[in-house]
Design a protein around this ligand. Sequence first.
Ligand code: OTD
Ligand code: ZN
Ligand code: ZN
Length: 344
Amino acid sequence: MSQSLTLRRPDDWHLHLRDGSMLRAVLPETTRHFARAIIMPNLVPPVVTAADARAYRDRILAALPEGADFTPLMTLYLTEDTDPEDVAAAQASGLVHAVKLYPAGATTNSASGVRNFDKVRPVLEKMAEIGLPLCVHGEVTDADIDIFDREAVFIDRVLDPIRRATPGLRVVMEHITTSNAVDYASAQDDTLGATITTHHLVINRNHILAGGIKPHYYCLPVAKRETHRRALRRAATSGAARVFLGTDSAPHTDANKLLPCGCAGCFTAPNTLSILAQVFEEEGALHHLEAFTSLNGPAFYGLPPNEDTVTLTKTGATYPTQIATDDGPVTVFDPGFPLDWAVT
Ligand code: OTD
Ligand code: ZN
Ligand code: ZN
C-alpha cells in the first residue's frame, strides 16, 4: 500500500499572481492546491490604495478557474505617501490583510518603495494600533553592501529599529534566507512571524552559480550558502509556531529570465506541495508539514485554518516543465530530484 498523508488545505502567505494574461495562466496553479494566498502588490503600477486593492481583487476573482474555491488576501504596497486612514478602512472592510514594505529598489517592481522610514511612521503606528501585519522584504539596498549580506544587515539597521520604535507592530519577515534571520525570528515574541519559500529549502548559491549560470534559480533574496539552507530547513520543519509557508512563487516568461539582465523569481506554484513533502520527509518531519503549510499562517494572521483537506500519496509526482502564457512559456522550478509525493 502506498503511503499517504492528509493535511488541512494549505495557504500561501506570499504569492505573486501578476495581472492580465499572466494572471489567468498562473492562477490555476495555485488554486488547485491552496485555499488562500497573501497577494503581493508589486504590479506596475503598484497596488497602493484600498481602491487599487479592490480592483485587483476583482480581476483575480474574475480570472478564477471554474469551480475554484480560493480567497485572495490582498495587501497594500507601502509608499511614503500611504494614508493611515485609507489603510485602516481597507482593513476594517476585510479587504486588506497586510501592508507590504519594500525598501526602494530591493526587488522586482520595488521602485516606489520606502527610502525614508520616518515618513511611514504614522502608517506603522496606525497598523500597530489596529493589529494589521507589516510584511517586510528584508534586504538593504545599499550598493556597498554585498548582496549575500543584505538580509543580515537589514535586520540590524532597519528591522530591529522599526520594531523597537513601533511597539506592538506585527511583522512578517518574508522569505528568510539566512541563519541570521532564523536566529532573530526565533528570539522574538509572538508579534513576529517569518515565511520561508519552497525553493530556499532546496537550493543554495552553488545551484545558481556552479557548473554554468542557472537563471531559473535566480531570485531575491538570492539563495545563500549551504549552512543557511540547513538552518532554513531546521526552522521550517521544526513545527515552530511563527514560521510558515510563503512560496514567493514569482512567474516571469523565459524570455524575461534568459536575458543579459534577467528577472529575479522562481515559479514554484505547480510543484510546491510535492517538493515540501519530500523536504519534510528527508528531515524526518512529515508530522510538522501541516503546521508549516496550513496551521501556523492562519494563526498568525488571526484567521481560522481551512476545513477541507488535501491528500498526498507517495506514488510519484509529475508536473509540467513549463506553463504556457500569451506572452510565452514560464518555466516551473526544477528541484533537481524526482518528486515522490503526488497531490491526489
Ligand atoms: N523575489 N522576484 C519577485 C519578487 C520576489 O522579493 C520578492 O518578493 C518578483 O518577480 O515579483 C523575486 O525574486
Ligand atoms: Zn521580497
Ligand atoms: Zn515575493
